[in-house]
Design a protein around this ligand. Structure first.
Ligand code: NAD
Ligand code: UDP
Length: 318
């Protein structure tokens, strides 16, 4: 077993955060799960509540926090467009104030701090695939900007605290990730298509469905994040984490319709403002520096995710 560390996971009751807590608790670390339960839920972490090496802190990250910790994974931030556009000012505050507070804490207690950044820092990219060296094409004043620019500013803060205060940072840029515990109503494409298919409703493709995304299964993503935290101190990133298999949204809809065996039909809706046209991670850096690459294929991952949503919809879970 690894040396036991005290680890703070902000956003720990969310989709990715709860899977990360699972892994860290299983590895024997002392895990503090911080959340304000905006998009996360206690049900995601209910199975961990009785464990001696797990505790929950109800806290809003726009306010400062002081705890003793060795490592911080900073995930607190709504991630789906529906959720982050619900209160855009709060989204910016969470990203920016949250980063300042976690970097300040890391500086004070000499903790290592990892930022869950996003492929959205590349905006609507003019290059494909996106490598870490690409600076992005982001609208600063649109409906997605609260998230995109908030995350970009958080990256700036991470690198400035590193240069100015020698804080030990890690920045990962996460590309679309899916799996069990996604919020059924968060509007993200994988959860939407599965829930619609399982209910026999129309599957809503926005635009003509030719826009692309690359979908990574949650277990692969958590593995990449932990490898990044454990990497040597000169490996600060940013490092892309995602699955480089690119597919159109229409292909995804057809695949989910086939895998669920539904009689649902695809319907086309107006595309959202500033919807990125293409997205695929260049993951050479993660392969070379972290010896990481995704191993779960789309069918295997979708089958597990479909099984999860089936159990939710039949009332067995959540
Ligand atoms: P999520 O919405 O399930 O989790 C976010 C968690 O943060 C929730 O539990 C929420 O309650 C909590 N939170 C939000 N605002 C907070 C605040 N002010 N104070 C304390 N807690 C707060 O989303 P997720 O998919 O698990 O994403 C986790 C992180 O990963 C986010 O930072 C997101 O930007 C990043 N990310 C995710 C993806 C993806 O595809 N899932 C892609 C890129 C980046
Ligand atoms: N999308 C869609 N139907 C839906 C939800 C999303 O066609 O019901 C599209 C959306 O327009 C985008 C892609 O799927 O092109 C991914 O959307 P999501 O909100 O999951 O993530 P993001 O845009 O942040 O990558």
């Amino acid at each position: 077993m690894h040396r036991q560390k005290r680890i703070l996971v902000t956003g720990g009751a969310g989709f990715l955060g709860s899977h990360l807590c699972d892994r860290l608790v299983t590895e024997g670390h002392d895990v503090m799960c911080l959340d304000n339960f905006f998009t996360g839920t206690k049900k995601n972490i209910a199975h961990l509540l009785g464990k001696a090496n797990f505790e929950v802190i109800r806290h809003d990250l726009v306010h400062p926090l002081f705890v003793e910790t060795d490592e911080i994974y900073n995930l607190a931030c709504p991630a789906s467009p529906v959720h982050y556009q619900f209160n855009p000012v709060k989204t910016v505050k969470t990203s920016v104030m949250g980063a300042i507070h976690m970097l300040g804490l890391a500086k004070r207690v000499r903790a290592k701090v990892l930022q869950a950044s996003t492929s959205e820092v590349y905006g609507n990219p003019t290059v494909n695939p996106q490598a870490e060296s690409y600076w992005g094409n982001v609208n600063p004043i649109g409906p997605r900007s609260c998230y995109d620019e908030g995350k970009r500013c958080a990256e700036t803060l991470f690198f400035d605290y590193h240069r100015q205060n020698r804080v030990n940072i890690r920045v990962v840029r996460i590309f679309n990730t899916y799996g069990p515990r996604m919020h059924p109503n968060d509007g993200r494409v994988v959860s939407n298509f599965i829930v619609q298919s399982l209910k026999g409703e129309d599957v809503t493709v926005f635009g003509d469905g030719s826009q692309t995304r690359s979908f990574c299964y949650v277990d692969d993503m958590i593995d990449g994040m932990i490898r990044m935290m454990d990497a040597p101190d000169d490996c600060i990133g940013p490092v892309n984490l995602g699955n480089p298999e690119e597919r159109t949204i229409r292909e995804l809809a057809e695949k989910i319709i086939t895998l669920t065996g539904t009689s649902s039909k695809i319907v086309f809706k107006d595309p959202p403002v500033d919807d990125p046209v293409q997205r695929r991670p260049e993951i050479r850096l993660a392969r070379e520096t972290l010896n990481w690459a995704p191993v779960v294929g789309i069918e295997e991952g979708l089958k597990k995710t479909i099984a999860y949503f089936r159990s939710i919809l039949s009332g067995q879970l959540i």
